[in-house]
Design a protein around this ligand. Structure first.
Ligand code: GLY
Length: 333
């Protein structure tokens, strides 16, 4: 088992990674917590025992649960149950559940404690780490949210054994992102070590820039196009698959701006394709519509902002010529 510190002064916490670590829940529930609300989805085949009185709230299936309406219904359940600041939330599931559960914890009674037990690869290497919580609007993903750090995160790699193959592969889209960011040759590691390496990399970035005023933006590598694809419509791409397309797109843009050479672009395709991930934009999506959506991504500080690789590593680049953005999309058709 690995224990990784997310070093954030009084908001510091530990991430436990390994087989069966969900069993540590009673130990990581902070002293003084009265009762626990477990938030989960029906499709999550894993249960937890917090070791104190608890209830279970099952939210609707899929990404649809990540909505303002679900926040209202969960908060009303908490109020009916008499949930107080002495109680806490434990979110058990994929990124949808940990993002939603964390956001409910951030806003209910102006903030109660929570623990994340991510049960997907994507949740374990990214969504559940670092305190970004939130829900979607029809206008875009994660547009309503808060930074709210958990008290602990339990990345139980045993839970990955029940993940459908495609979900597992989708998670590797985020793993590939860490590889390009410099987390090392992650494909050479076993699963537990790979998850731990991603968590360690993210923990360091978050510790350096919790609120994304600078360095943390590198974690959005590949995400601008991914979010545009996801907002434009449900084209049967999982989030990590859309990120994979976004990673090769970022490489194509960086190449056109003279920031990286053809070998580095080829490296992007090689890693993405070796993981069995897609590297093509769905045909039915229009170039202009996608580029237009880039400016709605909340990470954009200007219309033409992207996180790109370059001579100094991955960084935010503003003021990219829209013709370059369109031309690079052509390479992914
Ligand atoms: N998923 C990107 C971040 O947590 O900053």
């Amino acid at each position: 088992m690995s224990v990784i510190d997310v070093d954030l002064a009084e908001r510091s916490y530990q991430v436990h990674v390994g087989q069966g670590v969900r069993g540590l829940l009673p130990e990581v529930v902070p002293d003084g917590v009265g009762r626990v609300v477990v938030i989960t989805q029906e499709a999550v085949p894993w249960t937890v025992d917090p070791g104190v009185e608890h209830i279970r709230i099952v939210v609707p299936p899929g990404e649809a649960a990540k909505a303002v309406s679900t926040v209202e219904s969960v908060c009303r359940r908490l109020a009916e149950w008499g949930c107080s600041r002495a109680d806490m939330i434990v979110a058990v599931g994929g990124g949808v559940v940990t993002d939603l559960g964390g956001f409910v914890a951030a806003v209910y009674h102006r903030g109660i404690r929570f623990i994340a037990v991510p049960t997907t690869l994507l949740g374990q290497v990214d969504a559940a780490i670092g305190g970004k919580t939130g829900v979607n609007l029809p206008e875009g993903k994660n547009l309503v949210g808060a930074f709210w750090q958990p008290s602990a995160v339990l990345c139980d790699t045993e839970t990955l054994s029940t993940l459908p193959e495609r979900e597992m592969r989708s998670g590797t889209g985020e793993v590939a992102k860490y590889q390009f960011l410099g987390a090392g040759d992650l494909d050479r590691l076993d699963l537990d070590a790979r998850v731990a390496a991603c968590v360690r990399f993210k923990a360091d970035v978050v510790a350096a820039d919790e609120r994304e005023s600078g360095r943390r933006a590198i974690l959005n590598y590949g995400h601008t196009l991914a979010h545009a694809i996801e907002t434009a419509g449900s084209y049967d791409l999982r989030h990590g698959e859309a990120v994979a397309v976004g990673l090769v797109y970022a490489a194509e843009v960086a190449y056109r701006l003279g920031r990286i050479d053809t070998a580095r672009v080829a490296e992007h395709y090689r890693v993405i394709e070796a993981w069995g991930l897609p590297s093509r934009v769905p045909d039915m999506l229009d170039d202009e519509e996608l580029v237009d959506l880039f400016s709605r991504d909340k990470k954009a500080v200007a219309d033409t902002t992207l996180v790109l690789d370059g001579p100094h590593g991955v960084e935010t680049v503003v003021g990219i010529d829209p013709d370059v953005l369109i031309d690079a999309l052509g390479a992914l058709r």
